[in-house]
Design a protein around this ligand. Sequence first.
Ligand code: EPZ
Length: 428
Amino acid sequence: MTLWLGDGDMDKFVIQKSSLKGEIKISGSKNASLPIMAATLLTDEECRISGVPNLADIRTMIKILEVLGKNIEFDNNVLIIRQKDKKSYVTPYRLVRTMRASFCVLGPLLARRKKAKVSLPGGCVIGVRPVDLHIKGLRELGAKIAIQKGYCIGEAKSLRGKHIFLGGPFGSSVLATANVLMAAVLARGETNIEYAACEPEIVNLALFLKKMGARIKGEGTPLITVEGVDSLGGADFKVIADRIEAGTFIAMALATGSNLTISGANPFHLTSVIETARKMGADIICKNSRINVKPKRVLSPVNITTLPYPGFPTDLQAQFMACLCLADGISMITEKIYPDRFMHVAELNRMGAHIQRSGPYAIIEGKKKLFGAEVMASDLRASAALVAAGLVAEGKTQILRIYHIDRGYEKLEDKLKGLGAKIKREKQ
Ligand code: EPZ
């Protein structure tokens, strides 16, 4: 996530202390949509994908697929993706550097076009994010991959199924699993992906691939088995709701002490998050796809450790840290996925929080109040944490560089205004 936008795109949020009330409808999942969009490279037939959030990252993936020969319509959260030309296989740095997830076109390109030239993703403020597992898995399927001048150059005359161990130093990898899965569906024979990511986004991708005609078993478990097929067709598919957006609104309800109903999300995708919110003292009732959150007046401190799914998601660590700044006591957060993912700590401390960080640990001493200040967004989830803190802080909070938020939250300020929040977007 390189900071590269021009001034024009530099909006800020101005937030006043607010309590929230009512019901919020969750959008479709960014992290499910992105690999599913890449999977359309596996067919020449038309794909119709609905429930896709209108976000900067989705628009970046649209640009990438257009460069790779797709013709795309996007309206009312529905993508219609058709084949225009299937010769291109180069994904330029100017697009990949803005969004790491673009790297997951590598597997489908190798499987379908037998060659690929995909820029390596650049640095990332949330920490070191190598792609060694992606490359290892694709090489094991038989692809020849070389790294030259910042590009991953691959060739795959024919991919062959294999037993692949995909575990890394921090456990499973979501997008490496996606990349290898999307290559294996067109490989000859059987592939077993061991230590596969179990995230709901991977299950959603597997369901989409199966709709296209793929043969997959075990998605959602650490062992996925794929029986390769010769070709795949088009599909009509709806993506899942965004569990991280839903978790973000749970955090905002906790931070502001507001009684909120979150609708459209799957509570079963949020069990560790709901469990943690209950430990913080909230009453949470889940009925079908509605989650009602009733926090108690003063939150209880808890210890949180981020883990691969179904553990507590790293993408909600910052938002829950903002809540724990107001808890009645000391909490500890252990970041096991991205040990350096603490850019929000200094900004929250600028708002009067008391957080000490050492390596992958953060100790949060709960305070009675936070105070509005000018703070800087550094990445998508850290920005959401600053919004949560701004909603509960005394006085005015100004959050700069909110383009990070636009990457992953659809119409956040409109949704918050609908719940009674005092928030506005202004030019910086
Ligand atoms: C996905 O990223 C999400 N992005 C991230 O959400 C999320 O933080 C992450 O999974 C973990 O849950 C999308 O789905 C688009 P990983 P991904 O590979 O797949 C290490 C957001 O806010 N690793 O599961 O890139 C890696 O460094 C974003 O929406 C290797 O060592 O993450 C990390 O420590 C931010 N080698 C761990 O594995 C590899 O080849 C998990 O990363 C790949 C990863």
